[in-house]
Design a protein. Structure first.
Length: 76
């Protein structure tokens, strides 16, 4: 079950708060503590290709877009 899929039932459960709480408890995605899904890009939210070095917390695509702005130089 994906993160967007479990939220579709909210419309039906808004009138029933106890059932909504139980539904959220059992169907919401778990928070990640380790692995590839734990670290997200702070700019776009991607989980893959994460650059954590120097405290950047960016994916590789976002890093390529803003590397020159933050002081990195490209060497051939």
């Amino acid at each position: 079950m994906t993160a967007s899929y479990y939220k579709k039932a909210f419309k039906q459960l808004k009138a029933k708060p106890t059932k909504l709480a139980r539904y959220l408890k059992h169907n919401s995605p778990k928070s990640r503590t380790t692995g590839i899904g734990a670290k997200r890009c702070r700019r776009c939210g991607r989980t893959g290709g994460h650059i954590d070095k120097y405290g950047l917390d960016l994916c590789r695509q976002c890093f390529r877009e803003i590397a020159t702005k933050i002081g990195f130089k490209k060497y051939s």
